[in-house]
Design a binder for this molecule. Structure first.
Ligand code: FAD
Ligand code: MG
Length: 369
């Protein structure tokens, strides 16, 4: 009896334990689900990592959404440091420094990064008929323009440097990963294109980490990935070229695009009421006076946008727009020194002019005179 009773009790106990365990497991999974989805809400779409660094002589701001934001943003900083190390002119260890040192003497072996940037730079030099020219180095050095300082070289000095500026003298072997400059005294300066490549690399890294929404600003070169986390497009302001930083002449909305501006308002100095800025016209040797004070390019790849913003700035309104309209998937917002704002055909109706920028007039699509 006792045994029967014991057996009965132990069976009851087993049922009881089973019921308690099932309940506990059920509660655990419900709780776990809640915890995970709670974390998801915080970590995935809503979690934002904001990181600011100083690289390539400028402030770099990243805004990265998603669970891997922190690690992706750190990886981007590491990669930008690597690119800077390769192409900077400020270090005797850089590949571009070596290429310039060997000008007129011989060929140098370069990394894939540097060969790629040089090749794209040469492509835009050809496309812009030399308005963009990576061999502009001797002129950039002679002017030495940085915010608030620089010097005005004499006419003779400029005349003596002009024969050195010729992208045809930059010989690149993309298979052997080598390059050379034909003449002694020539030098390459990638200041007008390298930040663009760095921006493209940032986007590649975000994607690699599964990020779907991010924004990076490399001293005025903006690159976006996807939409904002709420699904709306990124709103990018076009800097008012005659007002303090952060005041816009207008806004455009973009997803998966880059927006890059070249202007005469960031790096310049003034002498006798005249502004000398850092974008040099390789044909004259002087800061470009094409009639444009700002050129913004909107397209897919930031290396293209960077090279094109500088090219178009030097080409001016008519020739610049002609080049932009010729290229598929490339749009522009150009501002003239008489403060008129023009857009390319694909941006018609898409540029939200800021009515507070009362000095400026939004003309709309540029129609050739
Ligand atoms: P953009 O219009 O894109 O480029 C203008 C720049 O391109 C000029 O400054 C010149 O370098 C070059 N250029 C001028 N005319 C032409 C032309 N016709 N064709 C082609 N190129 C032209 N700045 C510092 O003060 N300190 C630093 O330590 C420093 N390090 C840098 C390291 C790297 C790797 C790079 C890429 C740039 C660095 N800079 C540094 C430069 C600085 O950030 C420049 O302001 C920037 O590259 C110019 O970009 P932008 O967007 O203002 O103008
Ligand atoms: Mg540029």
């Amino acid at each position: 009896m006792a045994a029967k009773r014991g057996k009965y009790l132990s069976f009851k106990n087993i049922i009881f334990v089973f019921a308690v365990l099932s309940f506990a497991i059920m509660i655990f999974f419900i709780a776990k689900d809640n915890i995970t989805s709670g974390l998801n809400n915080e970590n995935a779409e809503n979690k934002v990592v904001k990181k600011q660094s100083f690289l390539m002589g400028t402030v770099i701001t990243q805004q990265v959404y998603g669970a891997n934001g922190e690690i992706a943003a750190d990886e981007v900083v590491r990669r930008l440091e690597e690119i800077e190390k390769r192409v900077t002119l400020n270090s005797a260890d850089s590949e571009i420094y070596m290429l310039n040192e060997m000008a007129g003497k011989g060929t140098v072996s370069l990394s894939k990064d540097t060969i790629y940037i040089l090749s794209v730079a040469k492509k835009y030099a050809e496309l812009s008929n030399g308005a963009f020219d990576p061999t502009v180095g001797p002129l950039v050095k002679a002017w030495g323009i940085s915010p608030g300082s620089g010097r005005i070289p004499g006419d003779e000095e400029i005349k003596s440097l002009l024969p050195l500026i010729d992208f045809n003298d930059l010989i690149i072997d993309e298979e052997k990963l080598t390059a050379r400059l034909e003449k002694a005294g020539q030098s390459v300066d990638l200041g007008g294109i390298a930040k663009g490549y760095a921006g493209d690399e940032a986007i590649r890294i975000y994607r690699e980490y599964g990020i779907e929404s991010a924004y990076i600003n490399l001293g005025g070169n903006v690159v976006t990935l996807g939409n904002k986390p709420d699904g709306s497009p990124w709103r990018i302001g076009v800097q008012n070229p005659r007002d303090i930083t952060g005041n816009y002449v207008g806004i455009i909305e973009v997803s998966n695009k880059t927006v890059v501006t070249s202007g005469d308002y960031e790096r310049y100095f003034e002498r006798d009421g005249k502004r000398y800025h850092h974008i040099i016209d390789p044909r004259t040797g002087y800061p470009s006076e094409s009639g444009l004070i700002s050129a913004t390019i909107v397209c897919d790849l930031s290396i293209d946008a960077d090279a094109l913003s500088t090219s178009v700035f030097v080409l001016g309104l008519e020739k610049g727009m002609e080049l932009v309209e010729k290229l598929e998937g490339v749009e522009a917002i150009l501002i003239t020194n008489d403060k008129n704002i023009y857009v390319s055909s694909g941006l018609e109706g898409k540029f939200n002019f800021n009515e507070k920028a009362t000095d400026f007039k939004y003309v709309g699509k540029y129609n050739r005179q």
